[in-house]
Design a protein around this ligand. Structure first.
Ligand code: GLN
Length: 552
């Protein structure tokens, strides 16, 4: 039991993380790093993100604009910051860890329709704010172990119309649980102005003023300063104008790799300051495993080149968890996995595939929706199969592998997925039975963790070192078992299945006479952590490395 609990103070304490000046300054990483540092002191944490947009969840939002949709074990489609939370901390999160304005209003309107507010005018204050507060309480309410500290990040930027109800709810919440039980961290941008040759703290002052207008006085200000360092006199200035002691002004300059951020914050004692503010005697800190991991990450002994074949993407965050899972697999293999995106629409022939993919040590075909670039992906899978290049398929990438194998090995020339060609005479990939008749697009895919049983003697079984695993899903289409026999006879190995109502859903396929060709219907990237790299990613990178070294 942690210090806070053994000392008799059983109530959960709260750390709120708000953002100022602009969005996308790394609030999520600050929240996640804070979680890590508190866990390193043996404290039990819970962590959550409040998103001020109207979508009920981010599942219907374009990942190329908003970044990836992160899926939890219990099948919630959530903000990508939850990925940071899971990777930095020991937690495996659930749908309780992400709520949106849309979700809050949805719940309140349903209550109103059920007559739960009968006689009342339903208003932002108190009904919306009450709903927000009850969701924050729910985060810790049913936890198996008592939560010492709950970290709540508020999406968006202070000053936005949309975030007002959330901030008002936090203001009230502080009063409800008692001011000494709450700590507010405000993360702001401190821009460097080239012409003046200095960092400017004015936007931070304005943003803190906006926060104080709402009735919230931040206790800690984390200044994002780009590559620059906040000088002592500037710290003093921010402190003076924002009414915050100097030791509570943290300079968060850009650090690389991202996983070094917790150490950078720890050097400035952010964790000690939080605990002091919350009245918790700080237990000793042990971040040695994390630090050793960061050292390994900084000192790779080799580099492998992985081609990620897909749509041309501009938004780096669209495949955040996949990129991170490769970082983790690289750490485990003491190498850097360098990902290069190859536009599948440009792979128009087998010769193109050879020309564009020839230089790589491994080929990935990742998740995707829609019809664009599909034939190019199929050519990439064929190139990997026929040239003994390690291949890893994820979700759509597994469906592509099945189509390619059916067409070119099993002789089913018209093989296709009904997602791409609804009229195909040979639907080797077709709609999941429970998806037939589904009209709504929000939250209706096959989502979350499912049991996957692994076949002895397969590459997948070898990679995991376990008979049964649980991996997360997000798809509507699946391997059509009508073709199972034909494809198995042609040599396709089904190495992982999910038992369902007397039959088995295909979860992993692989090839026998190939160094490493493995593809999963699930998304293994979501469960990868830097200290626990995902086994399929690790095996793929290992074989890519062997190919590079001429062992394959
Ligand atoms: N579009 C495919 C399906 O819905 C694959 C989805 C994915 O790659 N996440 O089944």
């Amino acid at each position: 039991m942690s210090e806070a609990h053994s000392s008799g103070a059983r109530a959960t304490k709260y750390v709120f993380v708000t953002g100022g000046v602009v969005s996308s300054i790394g609030k999520g990483v600050v929240a996640a790093s804070t979680g890590l540092l508190l866990e390193a002191r043996g404290l039990k944490i819970a962590i959550m993100k409040l998103d001020p947009y109207i979508n009920v969840d981010p599942g219907t939002m374009n990942p190329f604009e908003h970044g990836e949709v992160f899926v939890t074990d219990d099948g919630a489609e959530t903000d990508l910051d939850l990925g940071h939370y899971e990777r930095f901390t020991q937690s495996y999160l659930s749908q309780k860890s992400n709520i949106t304005t849309g979700g809050i209003y949805n719940a309140v309107i349903q209550k109103e329709r059920r007559g739960e507010y009968l006689g009342k005018t339903v208003q932002v204050i108190p009904h919306i704010t009450d709903e927000i507060k009850s969701r924050i309480r729910m985060l810790t309410a049913e936890s198996e172990e008592p939560i010492d500290i709950a970290i709540i990040e508020i999406g968006g930027t202070v000053g936005d119309i949309e975030s007002l109800p959330f901030l008002e709810a936090l203001r009230q919440f502080r009063l409800d649980v008692g001011p000494p039980n709450c700590c507010f961290i405000h993360v702001t941008l401190v821009p460097y102005i080239e012409a003046a040759g200095e960092l400017k703290t004015k936007p931070t002052q304005h943003s803190v003023r906006a926060l104080r207008d709402i009735g919230i006085q931040p206790h800690i200000i984390v200044c994002r300063t780009g590559p620059h360092t906040l000088a002592q006199d500037q710290r003093r200035k921010v402190g003076l104008f924002c009414d915050v002691p100097e030791n509570c002004i943290i300079c968060a300059e850009d650090v690389s790799p991202l996983y070094a951020v917790p150490m950078h914050l720890k050097e400035q004692d952010i964790d000690l300051t939080i605990l002091q503010l919350l009245g918790i005697t700080p237990p000793p800190s042990d971040t040695s495993a994390w630090e050793a991991m960061v050292e390994r990450l900084k000192n790779p002994k080799d580099t492998v080149r992985i081609a990620a074949v897909g749509k041309y993407i501009e938004h780096d965050d669209a495949y955040k968890s996949i990129n991170e899972a490769f970082v983790h697999a690289g750490i485990r293999n003491e190498c850097k996995a360098k990902i290069t995106w190859v536009d599948s629409e440009k792979i128009s022939s087998d010769a193109d595939a050879a020309a564009m993919l020839g230089e790589f040590d491994g080929i990935l075909v990742g998740p995707g929706f829609g019809t664009r670039g599909i034939e190019g992906k199929i050519r990439a899978a064929k190139y990997a199969r026929t040239n003994n290049v390690p291949y890893f398929g994820i979700c759509l990438g597994m469906q592509i592998a099945v189509i390619e194998f059916a067409r070119h090995v099993a002789g089913i020339a018209d093989a296709h997925s009904t997602e791409i060609d609804p009229q195909t005479p040979a639907p080797v990939i077709s709609l999941l039975s429970e998806q037939r008749g589904v009209q709504d697009l929000g939250g209706t895919m096959r989502l979350g963790a499912y049991r996957c049983e692994l076949e002895p003697g397969t590459k997948a079984r070898e990679a995991y070192g376990e008979d049964v695993v649980y991996e997360r899903h997000r798809h509507r289409y699946e391997f059509n078992n009508d073709y199972l026999e034909a494809l198995e006879q042609a040599g396709l190995v089904v190495s992982g299945t999910h038992p369902k109502g007397g039959h088995r859903l295909v979860e992993i396929v692989e090839l026998k006479n190939h160094p490493w060709y493995c593809a999963s219907q699930f998304h293994p990237e979501f469960k990868s952590k830097p200290l626990h790299p995902q086994p399929l990613f690790t095996a793929f990178v290992k074989h890519a490395l062997e190919r590079k070294r001429g062992a394959l």
